[in-house]
Design a protein around this ligand. Structure first.
Ligand SMILES: Cc1ncc(COP(=O)(O)O)c(C=O)c1O
Length: 351
């Protein structure tokens, strides 16, 4: 499969912006080429950050640090302002507005469709099967040469389950499309990651984020792992300095704290199972689905009533009932122990 045959012509022909640090790569010397403030920065709380200078447009140390952590080559990594930025960039690289299409197996994360709509890219909805797994036959039935991207999410938001790995691999092998697998919640699953598969599947792109297990939603940092050709197109279209220096600083410091991340994961997974067992005993609840993520999908007798009762007590959960197959379903993030106890105290009172 030739990735370049899937790329929009204007992106293939694009002459990207060249920043000052593209022409003179070092950040050493007397830098009078980027109209920065050589006198200093007004942010003085953290020494040595050099916030008066633009950040590295090549994301060199981020790619090195995270690559080392994941045992992935830096040439296979690209960072975005959250994975949401990468979703948008990938649509812009591969989908001609008004012509190309994306397939989205639903119910799933809403941003895939919104990002396609913003870019005027038609979306084709294919339902997941009754186990919330891919319906390969239906996906293939809806596939044609204008389908440039298929969005998959594993573990899937909001159903919580991992997708069957063999299904994803077979789609990558059989279809001439980019297959994006969003692994935002993979740290809570224990298994099922697809990053090793990028070595032999050129059309597979795995999306990750620091917003969930790492507890860094506020720094807005997501990344993707893909073959180096895809990574080069992402660098071609991104804004020159998309990842800011404060984010980079927070990331480097957090990577040293990976033991804390592991502790969070262990605690959240334990609480997820405790909460699931409790919720299953409630007469207001019909089903609590198995989860490989940091949330539970809960089918209630009357989802909106449960949501409203909880909201009265200041407990906010997400109504997912407007999504296909999710009538009366709420998505409840697993909180800390105290939050989960308060949630259960209120749910216990419902009938
Ligand atoms: C499946 C999925 N992907 C991506 C994101 C967004 O990630 P980020 O914060 O990196 O933009 C979310 C956020 O809830 C999500 O559920």
């Amino acid at each position: 499969m030739e990735i370049k045959n899937l790329v929009r012509k204007n992106i293939l022909n694009l002459k990207p912006y060249t920043s000052a640090r593209d022409i003179y790569e070092s950040d050493k010397g007397i830098l009078l080429d980027a109209n920065e403030n050589s006198w200093g920065s007004t942010f003085t709380e953290i020494n040595g950050l050099n916030l008066n200078r633009y950040p590295d447009p090549h994301q060199k140390d981020l790619r090195y640090l995270v690559g080392k952590y994941l045992s992935v080559g830096p040439e296979n990594l690209f960072f975005g302002v959250g994975s949401d930025e990468i979703i948008d960039l990938l649509i812009r690289i591969f989908c001609d507005p008004g012509k190309d299409k994306a397939i989205i197996p639903e119910p799933t994360y809403g941003m895939y469709k919104v990002a396609c709509d913003i870019n005027n890219v038609e979306t084709i909805t294919v339902l997941l099967n009754d186990k919330f797994q891919l319906d390969l036959k239906e996906i293939k039935n809806h596939y044609d040469e204008n389908v440039k991207i298929i969005f998959l999410c594993s573990p899937n938001n909001p159903t919580g389950n991992l997708l069957n790995k063999n299904d994803v691999v077979s789609l990558c092998k059989e279809l001439n499309s980019i297959i994006i697998v969003d692994e935002a919640y993979i740290d809570f699953a224990g298994d099922g990651a697809l990053i090793d598969e990028i070595k032999y599947l050129p059309n597979l792109i795995v999306l990750r984020t620091f917003s969930k297990a790492w507890g860094l939603a506020g720094i807005r940092l997501g990344y993707c792992i893909a073959n180096s050709e895809v990574i080069n197109y992402l660098f071609k279209v991104k804004a020159p300095y998309n990842i800011n220096s404060l984010t980079r600083y927070a990331l480097e410091s957090s990577l040293k704290n990976s033991a804390l991340k592991e502790k969070y994961i262990k605690g959240i997974v334990k609480e997820r199972e405790r909460l699931k067992n409790q919720l299953e005993t409630s007469s207001a609840i019909i089903k609590v689905y198995e989860s490989d993520a940091n949330f539970l999908l809960v089918k209630c007798k009357d989802g909106k009533a449960v949501q409203a009762k909880l909201a009265e007590k200041g407990i906010i959960v997400r109504d997912r009932s407007t999504q296909p197959m999710l009538e009366n379903c709420l998505r409840i993030s697993v909180g800390n122990e105290e939050e989960n106890d308060l949630l259960w105290d209120e749910i216990k009172k419902l009938v």
